[in-house]
Design a protein around this ligand. Structure first.
Ligand code: FAD
Length: 176
């Protein structure tokens, strides 16, 4: 089937570049979703750690969780800044805002997945439950733990993001 000239997207012969550019842009969106999942885990965790008591005090009073949440708050801030930087470069019209897009994608989605694991742990046995009552209610960390994994896989797996970053360090002649 022939495509009419007015329906051709971009320059003839330049299709691969356009397809790859779309992937780069998509990575920024997936990075944002990683930040969203990490932030949601953070918010739910804080809500739980303050009122829940163990050994006669709030779990938030144990330094282990104070330090853990302090680390995650810093990491979320880093992840947000990274994807915003890539998005600003995209909005400025840069065709390939790399390596920030790749950095943002792997860092934010890796953070979401690592933190989701902690999130379930923070909720203890309830964190693991996908149904707490007949109405199907449950704590959201269980959902995030399940859903976060795909973000490490699609729009280029996180191993491929590292390859993109490595290419910007060593050059294509070395990395391939
Ligand atoms: C829900 C969902 C939605 C999707 N949506 C889309 C979509 O809209 N558009 C689209 O085009 N695709 C989509 N995909 C496909 C997705 O991009 C691929 O699943 C992904 O790129 C991984 O490819 P693969 O599944 O073939 O895994 P494989 O290529 O078999 O890779 C398996 C593992 O090997 C690793 N690996 C491969 N090569 C290397 C290497 N050189 N060095 C180190 N590790 C390596 C990978 O990182 C991965 O961890 C979707 C997938 C899912 C599950």
């Amino acid at each position: 089937m022939q495509v009419p000239a007015e329906n051709v997207v971009g320059a003839v012969g330049g299709g691969l570049k356009i397809a790859l550019q779309t992937l780069t842009y998509g990575r920024i969106g997936i990075a944002a979703s990683g930040v969203g999942m990490a932030q949601a885990t953070f918010d739910h965790s804080v809500e739980r750690l303050k009122p829940r008591q163990a050994f006669g005090k709030a779990i938030a009073q144990f330094q282990h969780w104070q330090f853990k949440l302090a680390e995650r708050a810093t990491e979320i801030e880093n992840a947000r800044n990274l994807y915003m930087k890539a998005a600003l470069r995209m909005d400025a019209g840069e065709a390939f805002p790399e390596p920030e897009a790749a950095m943002a994608k792997w860092y934010a989605t890796n953070l979401a997945a690592e933190f989701a694991r902690d999130g379930v742990q923070i909720f203890g046995g309830y964190g693991f439950m996908s149904e707490l009552a007949a109405d199907g209610s449950h704590y959201r960390v269980e959902e995030i733990y399940r859903d976060c994994k795909i973000a490490e896989i699609y729009e280029g797996t996180n191993e491929i993001q590292k390859l993109v970053i490595a290419r910007s360090i060593f050059g294509k002649d070395i990395t391939g």
